[in-house]
Design a protein around this ligand. Structure first.
Ligand SMILES: Nc1ncnc2c1ncn2[C@@H]1O[C@H](COP(=O)(O)OP(=O)(O)OP(=O)(O)O)[C@@H](O)[C@H]1O
Ligand SMILES: [Mg+2]
Length: 323
């Protein structure tokens, strides 16, 4: 799954305000990920980007599916001439240089890397530079469309975002994949924030019940640590507090499907003691594949479809997170 450069831990803490004399920073970075391929990450990223831009926000969409970029197609944009590869391989100096306009006012795109194995698996230094630069766009939202799976590359992009969104389908297999993705991101975060503390091991042991014992939550580990090592307990508490992913259920068909999100969130809270938010559900809708086949975005081609309404609701909920 990983190579040595991928396994290197990415620095997570990030300044919120621009340093004096520096450029402004993106107000909010949102990453859209999920355990599996083909669940609607790109569809949702593209159309959430459009929805936010239509609401008056300046938005940059970034295709970080480094192995299988296709976000431009979900937006109805033809094969771009400049892509992330040009930045990763240093053919251009700034990430702004690979920004391309879209048919939508206030919405630009950084198209995904198209060529080279190198781009699909950037070196640690390339990834760090990319992450640093992603925050520098002077816009309201930077939306990151992630690749499938739980490779460290994907998890690191998920973790640097202010808001991590996990897409799942209302099916047991997809729900399991989403849990797996969130757990992998959680442990990667623990490892990244305090590598010397070995929190991932401590918490991992607590979560796995042994010999009829009840599983403990990460908060139980904080409580146990507090008596022995209060500073370490405080570091773990801080790491846990900042982990708050959000779920979107895509391809909902039945009434019960619309209840899956809240159920998954409360199960996560019960078993892991951690917060998982719910941003809403998007209907399964023929309009989606019809728009894809017409190489147009859903919101543009079928603005009155049930799926488009779902996307708009989710966009409103995303905006409401900041209020
Ligand atoms: N709400 C929906 N209703 C109907 N079909 C959908 C819906 N969402 C996604 N699809 C179908 O699933 C396909 C894959 O969606 P998308 O490309 O967004 O997935 P992805 O998670 O980005 O996949 P990958 O990980 O391969 O990039 C779409 O082309 C569409 O045909
Ligand atoms: Mg995709």
């Amino acid at each position: 799954m990983s190579n040595p450069s991928e396994a290197e831990v990415i620095e997570l803490p990030r300044p919120k305000a621009p340093a004096p004399g520096r450029k402004t920073r993106a107000r909010r970075v949102i990453a859209v990920g999920g355990g599996k391929g083909g669940i609607g990450k790109s569809l949702l990223s593209a159309n959430l980007g459009i929805a936010l831009a239509k609401r008056g926000a300046k938005v940059v969409l970034v295709d970080l599916d480094l192995g299988g970029a296709n976000l431009h197609t979900c937006l109805g944009v033809g094969q771009p001439k400049v892509t992330l590869s040009d930045f990763i391989d240093r053919r251009v100096q700034n990430l702004e240089d690979v920004l391309i306009p879209t048919p939508f006012e206030r919405l630009s795109l950084v198209s995904g890397a198209m060529d080279g194995l190198d781009a699909a698996n950037p070196r640690h230094s390339q990834k760090t530079k990319l992450i640093r630069n992603l925050r520098m766009f002077d816009v309201d939202y930077v939306l990151l469309d992630l690749g499938a799976g739980t490779a460290f590359n994907v998890l690191d992009f998920f973790l640097v975002a202010d808001t991590g969104v996990v897409v799942m389908l209302p099916e047991p297999t997809s729900i399991e994949n989403a849990y797996r993705f969130i757990k992998a991101a959680f442990f990667r975060r623990l490892q990244s924030l305090a590598p010397e503390d070995d929190f991932a091991h401590l918490v991992g042991q607590a979560l796995a019940p042994r010999d009829g014992q009840l599983g403990r939550t990460p908060w139980d580990v904080v409580a146990e640590l507090r008596t022995r090592d209060p500073e370490k307990a405080a570091r773990l508490e801080q790491a846990l507090g900042g982990f708050h992913p959000w779920v979107i259920v895509n391809q909902a068909r039945t009434r019960a499907d619309f209840d899956v999100g809240p159920t998954v969130a409360s199960a996560w809270k019960k078993f892991f003691g951690l917060e998982l938010g719910y941003l809403g559900a998007v209907n399964h809708d023929d309009a989606v594949w019809q728009a894809v086949r017409a190489r147009r975005s859903l919101l543009d081609a079928f603005p009155d479809s049930a799926a488009a309404s779902g996307v708009l609701r989710v966009a409103e909920n995303l905006i409401a997170l900041e209020r």
